[in-house]
Design a protein around this ligand. Structure first.
Ligand code: FAD
Length: 458
C-alpha cells in the first residue's frame, strides 16, 4: 500500500477507505467479459460530496495515479476495469433523489440514484423518466449518463442523453463546474452537457444531475407477435411505423432466444417460430384500444403466425417478465455470456441478423439474438466458455467479423453499451480519422495528465 497516498486520502475520508486485497479486488472488474491483466485498485473511496471528489482528483493528479468513477459496475464494455494503479471512486454514498419539481418537469439527483427509483418517484407525481436499460433495478444514473444508456423504450423516447439537461462535473484540475442551466431549452455557448453525457467518465466526474421529466402515459398495452421468418418480422416493424405508429417498444427476439427462454423459464413461448416481436404502445386508454386493433390488422397483413395481445396490466407484465428473463436464460447455456451491441440503419436489420447467425454457425459459437428493432440496435448474446482456448480464439474472429459486418452495412460499433476498454481497438474503423483525432484533442484538453478513467475509449 502507498502509505503517503493513504494518509492524504484519510484526511478526506476519515479512514473510510478500502485498501486490503480482498476488499479492493471486486472493484477491478465490471460485467464485461474476459478481463486480462487486471490490476487491483490501490484504494476504493466513497465520497459524499463533490468537494471530496475534487480533493481526491487533486491528490490523484499530484501522485499521477488514475481515478476510476464507478456506479453499479454493470457495463458491458470494460468501462470500470482497472488496468493501472488507481483510486476507484464509488458513489454509493451519493445516491439520493434530491427533489422532483412537477411544475418545471425536472429532478435533481446524485450520481448513484438508481434509474428505476427515479422513475418510481416521478410516477408518484404523474411524471415519467423514460430511460430504461434492462437492468434499471440496479443501474445508476451516473453510469447511465456516462454511457447514455438506452433500452426498449428508446425508439419512442430516446436515450439517457435526451433527459440530462444540466450536470455538476469535477474536472481533472479539481474544478467543479456546472455544464448548463436547469431549463428545458438552452443554446447558450457550447453544449458541454452533451459532451459529458456518453463520454464514459473519461472527461470528468459527474457529481450531480438535473434530469428532464415528461408526463406519465396513462396506460400501456403489450402485444407479442410470432413470425415464421425474420423478413416478415422486420417488414412488420416497418409497416407499423409507416402506418403512423410510434410504439414505445419494438423489440425483436430470434428463435434461439425463444427456445432458450422456454427451456429455462417455461412460459408457453412458441419455439418453432423464427422470430417474435414485442410491441408496447402507451398513451391514453381510449386511444390505445383503437391503436391495438390497428396494430393487430397490420401484423395480420404482415404474415404474423400468431398474435397475443395482453388484456390487462398483469398480462402486460407477464410478457415483459418473459422478455427480461432472456439474459438470465442465456447465461445457463454455457459458462460465459458476452452481450454485444451493434446498430445499423433499420433497413439493414435482416442482413445484420442473418449475417450474425451465419458467422456464428461458421465458427461454432452459440448466439441468441435480441434487439431493439425500431432503432436498428441488435444485441447478439454469445454463450461460450472463455476458458476453452479454441472457443475463445473463434470468438475473437466472430467479434471482428461482427463489427466489420455492422460497419459495412452503414452501422456503428455501439448503440447504447459504449466503447470502454472492450471495443477501443475497433474505433479507428468506425470513425472519420480527423474526427477521431479531434476527440483525442478533447480528451487532452480536459485531462492533460490522462488520469480520469484512462485507457478507455482511446
Ligand atoms: C443484465 C444487463 C442488462 C443491461 N441492459 C442494458 C440496456 O437495455 N441498455 C443499455 O444501454 N445498457 C444496458 N446494460 C449495460 C449497463 O448496465 C447500463 O449501461 C447501465 O446504465 C450502466 O450503469 P452502471 O451504474 O452499472 O454504470 P457502471 O458500469 O458503474 O459505469 C459505466 C461507465 O460510466 C462511468 N461512470 C460511472 N459513474 C460515473 C460518474 N459519476 N461520473 C462519470 N463517469 C461515471 C464508469 O467509469 C463507466 O465507464 C445492461 C447490463 C446488464 C448487466
Amino acid at each position: 500500500m502507498d502509505k503517503i497516498l493513504f494518509e492524504e486520502l484519510k484526511k478526506i475520508y476519515n479512514g473510510d477507505i478500502l485498501y486490503k486485497d480482498e476488499d479492493v479486488y471486486p472493484y477491478a472488474y465490471d460485467t464485461s467479459p474476459n478481463p486480462q491483466n487486471i490490476v487491483k485498485p490501490e484504494f476504493v473511496v466513497f465520497p459524499t460530496n463533490s468537494i471530496q471528489v475534487s480533493k481526491t482528483v487533486l491528490i490523484a493528479k499530484k501522485h499521477n495515479i488514475a481515478i476510476i468513477p464507478r456506479g453499479a459496475g454493470t457495463n458491458h464494455c470494460g468501462g470500470c476495469r482497472v488496468k493501472q494503479k488507481s483510486i476507484v471512486l464509488h458513489f454509493s454514498k451519493m445516491n439520493k433523489i434530491l427533489d422532483i419539481n412537477k411544475e418545471d418537469l425536472i429532478a435533481h439527483v446524485q450520481p448513484n440514484a438508481i434509474v428505476r427509483e427515479i422513475n418510481a418517484q416521478a410516477e408518484k407525481l404523474g411524471l415519467f423518466f423514460p430511460p430504461d436499460p434492462s437492468n434499471l433495478a440496479v443501474s445508476t444514473i451516473g453510469g447511465a449518463a456516462a454511457l447514455s444508456s438506452g433500452g426498449p423504450r428508446t425508439f419512442k423516447y430516446g436515450s439517457t442523453k435526451d433527459y440530462v439537461i444540466n450536470l455538476e462535473v469535477v474536472l481533472a484540475d479539481g474544478s467543479i463546474i456546472k455544464t448548463g442551466s436547469d431549463v428545458a431549452k438552452n443554446v447558450t455557448g457550447y453544449n458541454l452537457t452533451s459532451l459529458f453525457v456518453g463520454s464514459e467518465g473519461t472527461l470528468g466526474i459527474i457529481t450531480a444531475l438535473t434530469l428532464r421529466l415528461i408526463p406519465k402515459p396513462e396506460a400501456r398495452k403489450v402485444t407479442l407477435a410470432y413470425f415464421d421468418d425474420l423478413i416478415s418480422a422486420v417488414s412488420a416493424v416497418n409497416a407499423i411505423i409507416n402506418s403512423g405508429f410510434m410504439p414505445a417498444t419494438l423489440d425483436l427476439l430470434d428463435r434461439n432466444t425463444l427456445e432458450t427462454i422456454e427451456k429455462f423459464n417455461p412460459c408457453g413461448l412458441l419455439c418453432d417460430k423464427e422470430a417474435a416481436l414485442l410491441i408496447e404502445l402507451d398513451g391514453f386508454v381510449e386511444n390505445l384500444n383503437f391503436e391495438c386493433k390497428k396494430i393487430y390488422e397490420i401484423l395480420n397483413k404482415s404474415n404474423a403466425a400468431q398474435i397475443i395481445q395482453a388484456k390487462d396490466e398483469e398480462e402486460n407484465e407477464k410478457i415483459w417478465r418473459t422478455r427480461r428473463s432472456a439474459f438470465a436464460a442465456v447465461t445457463k447455456l454455457r459458462p460465459n455470456v458476452v452481450t454485444e451491441d451493434v446498430v445499423v440503419p433499420r433497413s439493414k436489420i435482416v442482413a445484420l441478423t442473418k449475417g450474425i447467425q451465419k458467422i456464428c454457425a461458421e465458427h461454432d459459437i452459440i448466439v441468441c439474438i435480441m434487439g431493439h428493432a425500431g432503432d436498428g440496435n441488435i444485441h447478439p448474446n454469445f454463450a461460450l466458455d472463455l476458458l476453452n482456448e479454441e472457443e475463445k480464439k473463434n470468438f475473437e474472429i466472430v467479434k471482428d467479423k461482427l463489427f466489420s459486418l455492422a460497419l459495412s452495412l452503414g452501422g456503428s460499433l455501439s448503440g447504447e453499451h459504449g466503447i470502454g476498454y472492450e471495443k477501443k481497438k475497433y474505433l479507428n474503423q468506425a470513425l472519420d480519422p480527423v474526427a477521431l483525432e479531434y476527440m483525442g484533442k478533447i480528451k487532452k484538453l480536459f485531462d492533460p495528465d490522462n488520469i480520469i478513467n484512462p485507457d478507455k475509449m482511446f
